[in-house]
Design a protein around this ligand. Structure first.
Ligand code: UD1
Ligand code: MG
Length: 452
């Protein structure tokens, strides 16, 4: 909405005891991002859009997580958990700075969209003091019920305080609200705690608005968008909804998926054109897949970039820091980590390539391992362009294999190998040297080696 400034306050001070976890509730992931990150991602952003997060007293990790997504987010600590209205007032200093629209959202409602925030802001332009996001709950138990008279919202009744007739109402409070920013503080400060739980309910803002002779309205949305996460079962339901959305978006963008219901995506997965993903693939956060690449079945990919027309799997594991150049091929039972594999590199079978740089068109034979860890530190392996590493070789890092070098099968390489050199393990040297010589002869005949 152009022209109007906003402050969004995201409430995340809850302990989340029903998650039965040592981790704060809002940091649990859906589609590879924390619940909080999803909410912050949907909240208004850009010039004139301020953001505050209300956290519990022992939750610095929540403030840090918020800052990672929105560096401009300001965290406020709610010392005592006295209810949602009390939590909003923890961010009083941010409110005092003044904004046209004050939005309140919950950190445990990850499926909310940016468009819904904007829909909720629209009535404020037309003079409403408060707009409440409502939905028709299949089972409204536990939600605040919206009491309406005609078009007008007159009150929200929390479950514990509702009469049997009120409990039959399905129209429920999603928890997201938009206030006229000039009146918000006055409204929220008037909220008392005269209810069965002795809590300051933000939902009572509706009754206050009515007392002040102002107008409150409901904006409706689907239940799927406002599912609150309180338990692991609800977390799994939210994951299901989110995966369905992400798969649909990928299909709409032209990604080919043979069995989309078996493919797990992350909220930030990026696709080029003509990407194919076979069944049973898991993609974690931070993955980009360029044009024409194919991800074969049973591959697991996290924080990796995959070049154009690259081929991954089946049964490949690309761990964080993997970068595959155009046309690179990663075959079955290959694991990579913190590894750059330039264009045309082949690692087709049963290998571990970690903390490594592999030059263009190098061929890494089956069973090759970069021995990157000496029990204390990680070390780097560099493999030059066009090198040929024979099967079952161990490259003991730190080590450099020169461009075009040939490593005989079964070698244990502990010293750097110069460009175009032949290197073999000491035992059975004669055999291996024979193989190396044949390779060199073939190479001089300018016949490119076949893939390993
Ligand atoms: C709340 C609403 C209810 C609505 C439902 C939608 C109130 C009183 N009730 O109920 O009308 O239907 O959400 O999911 O608002 N929080 C704090 N500090 C507090 C209390 C809560 O930060 O002192 C945060 C929680 O971390 C959570 C959010 O506010 O993110 C909502 O609190 P929760 O206890 O889950 O409220 P519900 O009982 O679900
Ligand atoms: Mg809740």
């Amino acid at each position: 909405m152009t022209g109007r400034t906003s402050l969004t306050i995201v409430l995340a001070a809850g302990e989340g005891t029903r998650m039965r976890s040592a981790m704060p509730k809002v940091l649990h992931p859906v589609a590879g991002q924390s619940l909080l990150a999803h909410v912050l991602g949907a909240a208004p952003k850009g010039p004139g859009a301020a953001l505050a997060v209300v956290i519990g007293p022992d939750q610095p990790a929540v403030a840090e997580a918020a800052k990672r997504v929105r560096p401009d987010a300001v965290a406020f600590v709610q010392r005592e958990r006295l209810g949602t209205a009390h939590a909003v007032l923890a961010a009083r200093d941010a409110m005092a700075r003044g904004a046209d629209d004050l939005l309140v959202a919950f950190g445990d409602t990850p499926l909310i969209s940016a468009a819904t925030f904007e829909r909720l802001r629209a009535p404020l332009k037309n003079g409403a003091a408060l707009a409440v996001l409502g939905f028709r709950a299949a089972d409204p138990t536990g939600y605040g019920r919206l009491l309406v008279e005609g078009e007008k919202l007159v009150a929200i009744r929390e479950q514990a305080d509702a009469t049997p007739a009120e409990r039959a109402i399905k129209l429920s409070n999603a928890g997201v609200m938009a206030f006229d920013g000039r009146k918000a503080l006055k409204i929220i400060e008037k909220i008392g705690n005269a209810n069965s739980k002795r809590e300051y309910y933000l939902s009572d803002a509706v009754a206050v608005v009515r007392e002040l002779g102002l107008e409150a309205v409901v904006i409706e949305t689907s239940e799927d968008e406002v599912r609150g996460i309180n338990t692991k079962a609800q977390l799994a339901e939210a994951e299901h909804v989110m995966q369905t959305r992400l798969r649909q978006a990928a299909l709409d963008a032209g990604v080919t998926m043979i069995a989309p219901e078996t493919v797990y995506l992350a909220a930030d997965t990026k696709f080029g054109t003509d990407v194919t993903i076979e069944p049973f693939v898991v993609i974690g956060p931070g993955v980009s897949i360029a044009d024409g690449a194919v991800i074969h079945s049973f591959s697991h990919i996290v924080q990796a970039s995959i070049g154009k027309k690259a081929s991954v799997g089946p049964y490949a594991r690309l761990r964080p820091g993997t970068s595959l150049g155009d046309g690179a091929r990663i075959g079955n039972f290959v694991e990579t980590k913190a590894a750059t594999l330039e264009a045309g590199v082949k690692v087709n079978h049963l290998s571990y390539i970690g903390d490594a740089h592999v030059g263009a068109n190098a061929n890494i034979g089956a069973g090759t391992i970069t021995c990157n860890y000496d029990g204390f530190d990680k070390h780097k392996t560099e493999i030059g362009a066009g090198a040929f590493v024979g099967t079952n070789s161990s490259l003991v890092a730190p080590v450099k294999i020169g461009a075009g070098a040939y490593i005989g099968s079964g070698s244990v390489i502990t010293k750097d190998v110069p460009d175009d050199a032949l290197a073999v393990e000491r035992s059975q040297q004669t055999n291996r040297e024979g193989g190396a010589k044949r390779y060199r002869e073939m190479k001089t005949k300018a016949k490119p080696p076949k893939g390993g």
